[in-house]
Design a protein around this ligand. Structure first.
Ligand SMILES: C[S@@+](CC[C@H](N)C(=O)[O-])C[C@H]1O[C@@H](n2cnc3c(N)ncnc32)[C@H](O)[C@@H]1O
Length: 340
């Protein structure tokens, strides 16, 4: 079987320090389910003084199209004897990459990590085989200023967000509108009040965008909705079974204040999960998957898994993605699937 060497984006080292290779190998293993041949001998090698992720496989054009979306992929080479033959990457990239890289603000979830989490979740869902060809719907019920939603747009998908903080929703609208205007893309964007039982209950940002004039003419638009509301009280605000996958980066919490008896950990992210997961599960289509990241320093993995299990989800085996973000944050990932 031919050997391949994947060069990781230099930014991966900034995001994950010395753990970038380990996370990329786990992500490649997750892609195995959609490749025509399972990659063998996944490892790493130093070639010409540079570290590569290495594996063996019989890659078809479609396999390369899948792997082009690896969150840390920079360049792929086939190993031919001592030499490296470039393999052209063909990522799902409907828009210029600055849609993802421009936004910078306190509390932003790193965009490369967000892509990793989205990929793992799509690959665990019944939609995995449609990842490249269909317009999936991605929901982020804690969407902040839209890192997940922007990645969903980039993939050509529809996106749904929920965010409690009105300032975040307004800032996201302002960014998106400015960006869409600057790129001269046909779009609509409005922020409107939502009423429940005659009273103003929430606000809703509704955006439509077409990647080209031809798409616009053909009515091939992507839809993005952000509801400004409490994610634990979504009744009547979003349709049941509207999303193929749901991805969220939980508030990181701080290890002070309300301590419990679980080794002195704050329960706050878990309390949010306990109240929100029943709502989130109902947003998922059958066979849909949910991917969450959170700070292990404030909530243990087993407790997060228990909440998902109690809501009827099947946990995808832990791929060992826990990694250090900074002194106060050790981030982990859990992915679970709704029965089909
Ligand atoms: C870790 S941040 C996510 C950041 C986001 N991924 C981004 O890159 O912008 C968690 C978000 O959850 C929001 N949040 C916390 N509790 C919430 C609730 N009950 N309902 C809706 N949003 C909530 C916070 O305001 C914050 O924006």
């Amino acid at each position: 079987m031919p050997g391949y060497a994947l060069l990781l984006a230099p930014s991966a080292n900034r995001v994950y320090a010395d753990q970038a290779g380990r996370l990329a190998r786990a992500e490649l293993a997750a892609f195995s389910s959609v490749l025509s041949t399972e990659p063998a001998d996944i490892g790493s090698a130093r070639i010409g003084g540079v570290e590569y992720l290495t594996f063996r496989s019989e890659l078809t054009e479609r396999d390369v199209a899948y792997l082009s979306n690896l969150s840390a992929a920079y360049a792929l080479f086939e190993r031919v004897g001592e030499l490296l033959r470039p393999v052209e990457l063909t990522p799902l990239a409907r828009y210029d990459s600055d849609l993802i890289t421009i936004p910078k603000y306190a509390g932003k979830t790193n965009e490369q990590f967000t892509k990793l989490l989205l990929n793992l979740t799509v690959l665990a869902s019944a939609a995995a085989n449609r990842m490249l060809d269909r317009k999936l719907t991605v929901a982020d019920p804690l969407c902040g200023r839209g890192t997940t939603l922007n990645q969903a747009l980039m993939y050509g998908y529809d996106a749904i967000g929920v965010e409690i903080d009105g300032k975040d929703v307004e800032a996201y609208k302002a960014f998106l509108q400015t960006w869409l205007k600057r790129k001269r893309l046909k779009h609509t964007a409005e922020l409107v009040p939502v009423r429940r039982q005659g009273r103003r209950a929430a606000r809703r940002l509704e955006v439509t965008v077409a990647a080209s004039v031809d798409d616009h003419r053909a009515g091939a638009v992507q839809k993005l909705t952000v509801v400004q509301a409490d994610t634990t009280q979504l009744d009547g605000l979003l349709r049941a079974r509207c999303a193929d996958v749901l991805v969220a980066d939980l508030p990181y919490g701080v290890a002070h204040g309300s301590h419990d008896d679980q080794g002195g950990l704050s329960r706050r992210p878990l309390e949010l999960l306990e109240r929100a997961v029943p709502q989130w599960v109902s947003l998922l289509r059958p066979g849909g998957a949910l991917g969450l990241s959170w700070n292990l320093k404030v909530a243990r993995r087993e407790l997060a898994e228990d909440i998902l299990l109690a809501n009827g989800l099947a946990i995808v085996p832990d791929a060992g993605l826990a990694h250090r973000v900074d002194q106060g944050i050790e981030r982990d990932v859990v992915v679970a699937r709704k029965p089909g």
